[in-house]
Design a protein around this ligand. Structure first.
Ligand code: ACM
Length: 490
């Protein structure tokens, strides 16, 4: 079985010799300006896969020879009838690897397949003779990363983006603000990061992304076919803002910094004029800084917010985002305020789910992040040194065996646009700790997001994932050897 995770629509081992990428290999693109541009951009990614730089040539000038990698754009790529712009066809035959895709993002997905098929050999990397024809099930395949409880700097987030690209994920949701820290520079409100980013859970160091850092992350993500969605969590989870901006408190006094891990005690106050000014400044700046269509307004666990205040603030936040041309996203609680979030993210199946079906009936889209499957900050098992356990233990098989369209009873399956894993960082302080929670479980959630229902099967997955760990180690990612898989050669 070809070790490709997430499982493709079709993968066939062919007769014939493997292709070998070496220092002589060239990246040969189709002749259009778009293809040549994509080739130049993707040469970096290929170079990283094969540990050497690769020159770019044009197919109409230089016919491919064995050892070359051909990249072409063609609408007919991918499975018959597939409409996803990320569809691609991957062929390794007669010593030439060819990726044909309907878009540059499709080429990037094909390169992720290349990354999982190549094996080091003397002088280069070998790819078996294969044909892969592939397209995603869901358009939104994400990871939510909490950089508020503990801050993760640009270089760490880039490593997470590299890992995501290898699993064909296409949305990085950054949880940028919470009680413990405000992690994004807001030019109109410099005090938010000057005063609100100084510490983190446990009282350790803080940190934040400057406007330039955030732009750099989005550029890095974009080159990998990943959209960054910033989350400004409102109206709860706002202690860092209440600390930095005293006018957001009814008594005009700044709230003390918070370094614990309780939730649900902080709130914006809808009755204060300062609140609307704050929302207009912050969300206006965030919208201006955001390259993609979506901004997440939070909306979860506002236990200290009266319901009328909650509705007013979520409504205003959504309206401001729309005025700035952005699509508002919210946690599932926001579905209770009709006409606000256009995309809602399910995280807790213990909260009444009825508003979701009604929201979906009015055109709201739903992303699935059920904690008992997709919260990768839950401990793998009792006594695991990292993580929390409020949603139970989440072993690898729990992250694999679930069906996104069945999380919410009565929800129209067509309303489900995607799947997002989430990793909260109350207990995670280093990249090694973070990736120990992500690997291997992120591969399981990625398969729930990419692969068709009828192609998902634990035994097949366990057989394919077991060979991936040497790649993680080569890339320097720490991982947890879940006992549910017989890790090949370990
Ligand atoms: C959440 O975990 N509070 C969305």
């Amino acid at each position: 079985m070809l070790p490709i995770v997430p499982r493709p629509v079709e993968a066939t081992l062919l007769d014939g010799a493997p292709s070998v990428l070496t220092s002589q290999s060239r990246l040969v693109t189709g002749p259009s300006a778009e293809e040549v541009g994509a080739g130049v951009l993707l040469a970096n990614l290929v170079g990283a896969l094969i540990d050497r730089s690769i020159s770019v040539a044009r197919l109409d000038e230089e016919p491919p020879r064995p050892g070359d990698l051909v990249l072409r754009l063609d609408e007919s790529a991918g499975p018959q009838g597939a409409t996803s712009t990320e569809r691609y066809t991957f062929d390794s035959r007669d010593g030439v690897v060819e990726i044909v895709a309907a878009s540059v993002d499709g080429l990037v997905r094909g390169m992720a397949t290349l990354g999982q098929l190549l094996e080091p050999v003397v002088g280069g990397y070998s790819i078996p003779a294969v044909r892969v024809v592939d397209a995603p099930r869901f358009a939104w395949r994400g990871l939510s990363l909490d950089v508020a409880r503990h801050f993760f700097a640009v270089e760490d987030v880039k490593r997470v983006l590299q890992l995501m690209a290898r699993l064909k994920l296409n949305v990085l949701h950054l949880h940028l603000t919470d009680d413990q820290g405000w992690r994004l520079e807001i030019p109109s409100r410099p005090e938010l990061t000057r005063l609100g980013a100084t510490t983190s859970v446990g009282g350790g160091p803080g940190g934040f992304f400057s406007v330039e850092d955030f732009a750099e992350l989005q550029t890095f993500a974009h080159a990998r076919g990943i959209t960054v969605i910033p989350e400004i969590d409102l109206p709860g989870h706002t202690n860092a803002a209440l600390h930095a901006c005293p006018e957001l408190n009814a008594d005009g006094e700044p709230k003390p910094v918070y370094t614990g891990i309780e939730v649900g005690f902080s709130s914006l106050d809808a009755s204060l004029p300062a609140t609307e000014r704050f929302l207009r400044d912050v969300l206006g700046d965030v919208a201006a800084m955001t390259r993609g269509p979506w901004v997440h307004l939070g909306g979860d666990e506002a236990h200290d917010t009266p319901p009328e205040d909650y509705a007013a603030i979520v409504r205003l936040a959504a309206e401001i985002l729309r005025e700035h041309g952005k699509v508002p996203v919210g946690w599932q609680e926001a579905a209770g305020v009709p006409g606000t979030a256009q995309v809602v993210q399910v995280w807790h199946t213990g909260i009444p789910l009825e508003p979701l079906a009604a929201a979906a009936a009015s055109g709201v889209q739903v992303v699935m992040s059920p904690a008992e499957h997709a919260y990768l900050d839950m401990k793998y098992h009792e006594g695991f040194p990292l993580g929390l356990e409020w949603a139970g233990f989440v072993e690898l098989r729990d992250s694999y065996e679930w069906e996104p369209t069945e999380v919410v009873p009565g929800l129209d399956p067509d309303a489900v646009v995607g799947v997002e894993a989430a990793v909260w960082t109350e207990t995670l302080t280093t990249l090694d700790e973070l990736t120990t929670m992500l690997l291997p479980r992120l591969t399981a959630v990625a398969e729930a997001a990419w692969s068709a229902r009828e192609r998902r099967d634990w035994d097949s997955y366990a057989e394919r994932v077991r060979g991936l760990w040497p790649r993680w180690e080569r890339l320097g990612f720490s991982w947890h050897p879940s006992p549910q898989v017989d890790w090949a050669g370990r």
